[in-house]
Design a protein around this ligand. Structure first.
Ligand SMILES: [Zn+2]
Length: 210
């Protein structure tokens, strides 16, 4: 039983199953699934639908190579033993960290981050926000998925606690404010660079690659 209230959208979960989400989104979704019974159940239900389709396809007339291609797609290499969850970090995050604790870099105002990956497809990073502190207000060129791993934050879309995911798009300007209690640790993925309104964060953007 979990108290998670903000979940992964159907579209995003479908894209994840198809393997068509950017790397960072895939890590956020995998981490959310490991914390959220509800989304894991949705995922398993969809997998069962896929299995039923395969069974029906047994006797149906398909293109000669269709069945082979379908089976090949399912015959994925077995992953090596996955790293285990550690503290507040799910296994999917520990994999990105190489099994080690985060190496935080100070951003000012007590806010810290560690970039896990960044390229033209977007970025994935961990953020550490002390209670009562806010990330500079920013909008997005693309989409941003933010998963809370510890503590909480709130913005115009509501309040988010461990396991909750916020999905923000290009129309949303927001300024997440960390709640009281333990520092807020988030996993944030974008599929495009963020855009900041204030001049200084904009100048810092190339340095911090956020
Ligand atoms: Zn969920």
């Amino acid at each position: 039983m979990t108290s998670i209230r903000h979940h992964i959208s159907d579209d995003m979960l479908d894209a994840y199953r198809d393997g068509s989400v950017p790397h960072g989104f895939g890590v956020v979704i995998a981490a959310h699934l490991s914390l959220c019974d509800q989304c894991r159940a949705r995922q398993e239900a969809q997998d069962m639908v896929g299995g039923a389709f395969l069974q029906r396809a047994e006797g149906a007339s398909l293109r000669p190579d269709a069945r082979e291609r379908m089976m090949a797609a399912l015959d994925l290499p077995q992953p090596s033993p996955p790293p285990r969850a550690s503290g507040v970090f799910p296994a999917a995050v520990m994999r990105e960290l190489g099994g080690r604790p985060p190496r935080w870099r100070m951003l000012g105002g007590g806010i810290r981050q560690q970039i896990l990956s960044a390229d033209s497809d977007g970025s994935l990073r961990l953020l550490y926000i002390p209670p009562g502190k806010a990330v500079p207000e920013h909008g997005h060129h693309g989409r941003e998925l933010t998963l809370v791993l510890q503590g909480s934050f709130s913005d115009s879309a509501g309040s988010f606690h461990r396991g909750d995911v916020e999905t923000a798009n290009a129309e949303v300007d927001h300024q997440p404010l960390a709640g009281d209690g333990p520092p807020c640790i988030c996993l944030a993925a974008t599929d495009a660079p963020l855009r900041f309104h204030a001049l200084v964060p904009r100048l810092l953007q190339p340095i911090f690659r956020i």
